[in-house]
Write a protein that binds this ligand. Structure first.
Ligand code: AP5
Ligand code: MG
Length: 188
């Protein structure tokens, strides 16, 4: 099984590249951001808890996202593997993921981390805010999401470096160029 953590700051292209990876390698996409937005759209209790936090660009509590991921893994029959997008976002989540995979005889194959300069992140997300109206794509919230990434999520990279599973790719350039850098990592 191929289990990939696709990592990077807000706007680095995790969702965009995930779609291409699942198409090419037949993996199951697990995006905690997408799962949380679905909970909000369905007006569930969990969605109501998460909504205000996401609107500020803060992280929802670890136990909520870990529980969602665990349910999804157990609800998937015969997967080729998973692509984790936007999760883990704290070292606590990374440790919990290792633990719950281990219990099921699985493990993370590697992390692919996309590096993108700050101004490009802001430009991409402001454009998406205009085109698609995602409510957390405003300058103020984007800047906070980047700050939260730097303070709380960036250390997750060191966690995977420590286990020898970190792979870095340049996340600048065209979507196709970045995808071919990622496939090079996966195919090796
Ligand atoms: P989440 O949905 O994960 O948002 P995010 O991390 O802020 O990342 P984005 O989805 O904005 O960016 P992306 O890297 O997927 O880029 P994309 O491909 O879309 O999380 C939202 C919120 O949910 C969080 O703030 C938090 O509150 C909560 N949450 C989620 N997971 C959590 C967790 N594990 N723990 C706690 N809280 C959690 O690309 C962005 C745009 O750029 C698109 O319009 C795309 O078309 C464009 N684009 C992509 N690639 C390129 C390129 N190469 N060139 C030009 N444009 C490009
Ligand atoms: Mg995304």
């Amino acid at each position: 099984m191929l289990n990939i953590v696709l990592f990077g700051p807000p706007g680095s292209g995790k969702g965009t590249q995930s779609e291409k990876i699942i198409e090419c390698y037949g993996l199951v996409h697990l995006s905690t951001g997408d799962l949380l937005r679905a909970e909000i759209a369905n007006r569930t209790e969990l969605g109501l808890r998460a909504q205000d936090i996401m609107q500020k660009g803060e992280l929802v509590p670890d136990e909520i996202v870990i529980g969602m991921i665990e349910n999804r893994i157990d609800g998937t029959a015969d997967p080729n593997g998973f692509i984790f997008d936007g999760f883990p976002r704290t070292v606590e989540q990374a440790k919990a993921l290792d633990g719950l995979l281990d219990k099921r005889g699985l493990e993370i194959s590697f992390m692919v981390s996309m590096d993108v300069v700050r101004q490009e992140l802001i430009d991409r997300l402001l454009k998406r805010g205009q085109d698609q109206g995602r409510s957390d794509d405003t300058l103020e919230v984007i800047e906070n999401r980047i700050k939260v990434y730097e303070n709380q999520t960036f250390p997750v990279m060191d966690y995977y470096k420590g286990t020898g599973k970190y792979r870095g790719v340049d996340g600048m350039g065209s979507i196709d160029d970045i995808f071919s850098r990622i496939t090079e990592v996966i195919d090796n």
